[in-house]
Design a protein around this ligand. Sequence first.
Ligand SMILES: *[C@@H]1O[C@H](CO)[C@@H](O)[C@H](O)[C@H]1NC(C)=O
Ligand SMILES: *[C@@H]1O[C@H](CO)[C@@H](O)[C@H](O)[C@H]1NC(C)=O
Length: 365
Amino acid sequence: MQFTTRFLAILGAVLASQPVVHASSLVSRTVEKRATICNGYAELCERSYGSLAYVGTHNSYAVGVNQLSANQDHNITTQLNDGVRLLQVQAHLENGVIRLCHTSCQLFDGDTFEKYLGTVRTWLDANPNEVLSILIVNADNVPAGQYAAAYAATGLDSISYRPPNPALGYLEWPTLGELIDSNQRLVTFLSTTANQAEVPYLIDQFTNVWETAFNVVTSFDCNVNRQNGDPQNMLYLVNHYLDKLLLGQPVPFIERLNETNAASGPGSLGEQVERCSGQHGRPPNFLLVDFYEYGGGSVFQVASQINGVPYDPVTPVARPQPTSAGTQTSTPRGNNAQPFVQGSHLVALASLFVGSVIVAPFLVL
Ligand SMILES: *[C@@H]1O[C@H](CO)[C@@H](O)[C@H](O)[C@H]1NC(C)=O
Ligand SMILES: *[C@@H]1O[C@H](CO)[C@@H](O)[C@H](O)[C@H]1NC(C)=O
């Protein structure tokens, strides 16, 4: 019974993906261009995109150390090289331009979305056997057409997956091999304003992907927190980044990252995955984390376990950047963000209050 359903789902996905291949080239394409390695593993080529787990970086562009607004400390090229396969971004509209900011652009400005997409394009071109996903948190409800302009400017529109229906059941997704063979290797979800009749590759998130609670400060649960469809049939994402409250504001709980990102143990990613797999009868698809490299690759180990493949990287993942504990000042890394120098945490805190961001960043020493 289960086999039949799965077989039909896969068959459906195969048939649905046919229109993108011209009839005249169909035979040669299927014979000549057949990926044998997909996202690093031969075994994954035959697996549906929707049956797999991917490590994702929460606010992937918010790179820095000793900044309360940073969620990562390595740039997205390093993230991708290390195995991250979902890049989450928070997009804001500033003077008519889409920029990647955290809460507000005065607080953290990670440059334009188009520049970010250019880096993604470069990486995808250099890694033709990889399927990557982007999740856009559309904080200012920018229309889909404006995102489409940035995709077109970087050529990413041409390698983006266009689902045959606005909402796909989690087993209706094509296999990684099909996405790679048809060079539709970028899957983008947009949290609001998706209009797939107009821009077919900016996929509505909440009819396709549900999420667990975010900004968790206690313990991670597996309840459906945000969705706009039937969760049983959707992909799902766990927000596995622990915050602590500083003057009532959630900030990354850096001191707990080793345990939070671990493959097992109390509060770990492995523990949440196990709990969610039990509660929902299948593991999550997206594991969204802060400072992914804490744990020395443990987050990738968890994804590999879900996918049934070994985690055996050729080179170890990047190491955490030193934090203010051992240094006098901080250095901004790869972005335009205002650094929060050690000793001016009060300023940093003040600027976390969105109402006061206009003046606060200029007070930074
Ligand atoms: C990303 O970081 C790596 C390692 O620090 C560095 O070599 C590379 O130039 C950076 N790439 C970009 C696009 O900033
Ligand atoms: C995390 O673990 C690494 C490796 O064991 C260790 O060097 C580091 O100090 C730990 N960091 C924290 C914040 O506990």
